[in-house]
Structures are given as structure tokens and as C-alpha cells.
Design a protein around this ligand. Structure first.
Ligand SMILES: [Fe+2]
Ligand SMILES: [Fe+2]
Length: 177
């Protein structure tokens, strides 16, 4: 259904970002499912492939999503954020998530090196579920706090500016949904 039918107002930059959050949540749910299975069955190759593939999708989508926030939303929103809404903290969150994703890849490689190593499989499961939790928490923070500020404060001109920035980063972004 075209977004215009759902939105009495024009599409806003936060709608695009929230939509990407929902898609990330779906992928994270798939990753959790595969991680739980590896905890039960051990490091089967097929499961490791599924985990690696899902993690790659998440990494690719998050990289573009983070750029939209860091280069699109955050610079325009900064003047409205008082010091209690720690914007730098959010960019630091992104950096932390990137570092953890690298470590997660290393844990997958370790499991592949010895598929009989149940401890390595348990570690992969635990570390992966922890990262999923942190990403979900980050999305919640943005949905419930940062985006509310954006929706409350940004003018139509500023939102148009953010959309132009989004489109430079990701030409598939449409202002009409
Ligand atoms: Fe973010
Ligand atoms: Fe986000």
C-alpha cells in the first residue's frame, strides 16, 4: 500500500528510519532463532552459513542506516538536542556495534575451525544473543527518544534537507514512500 494512504501528512525522515528499524528487527529475530539452534545442536555448517548470511545482511543494512543517521539526521538535529540527550553517545553506540560485529565474525570463524567444539558454539550463541539485545536496545532508544525530538522540532525545510542527504547516501529513498 502506498505510504501516502497511511499518512495524512507527508513522509518524514523518521518514517524512513523507523521502517528500517522494523526491517532490522525482523532480521535480528531470524538471527536469534539460528543462534538458539546452534546452542542446542552445536556448530553445524548449515547453521553457521545461515548465521553468517543473516549477519552480513544486518551489517550491510546497518551500515547504510547508520550513515543516514550520522550524516543525515544527526547534523540537522544537533541544535535541538540539549546536553541531556547525549547525541555523541548515539554515534558511539554505532561504533560499538561495528566493533562487536567484527568480534562476532571472529567467533563464527572459530566455530568453523572446529565444529566439534561445543564451547565455541556456546560462546557464539551467547555473544550473538548479547549483540542482538544491544542492537534492539539501540533501536528502542532512537524510536522512543531521539526520533520523538526530531518529529517535534524539525521544520519542513529541515526535513527536506535531511531527505536530500538520505538520497545522496541511498538513491532508493523516496519522499513519497
Ligand atoms: Fe542508530
Ligand atoms: Fe537507527
Amino acid at each position: 500500500m502506498p505510504a501516502a494512504e497511511n499518512h495524512p501528512r507527508p513522509l518524514r525522515p523518521t518514517d524512513v528510519l523507523r521502517h528500517e528499524h522494523r526491517r532490522l528487527e525482523e532480521r535480528l529475530a531470524g538471527l536469534s532463532e539460528a543462534l538458539e539452534l546452534i546452542g542446542e545442536r552445536g556448530a553445524e555448517n548449515q547453521l553457521l552459513d545461515r548465521i553468517e548470511e543473516t549477519a552480513s545482511h544486518i551489517d550491510r543494512e546497518m551500515a547504510v542506516h547508520h550513515r543516514k543517521e550520522e550524516e543525515g539526521l544527526f547534523p540537522v538535529l544537533t541544535p535541538y538536542l540539549d546536553r541531556h540527550l547525549n547525541l555523541d553517545g548515539r554515534i558511539a553506540d554505532h561504533e560499538d556495534l561495528r566493533i562487536m560485529s567484527g568480534k562476532f565474525r571472529a567467533a563464527i570463524a572459530e566455530c568453523r575451525a572446529d565444529d566439534a567444539d561445543l564451547f565455541a558454539a556456546q560462546m557464539l550463541r551467547g555473544y550473538g544473543l548479547y549483540i542482538v539485545h544491544l542492537v534492539l536496545e539501540h533501536l528502542l532508544k532512537e524510536d522512543q527518544i531521539l526520533f520523538l525530538v526530531a518529529e517535534h522540532c524539525l521544520s519542513a525545510e529541515e526535513e527536506a534537507d535531511i531527505f536530500r542527504r538520505f538520497q545522496r547516501i541511498d538513491p532508493s529513498v523516496s519522499t513519497t514512500g
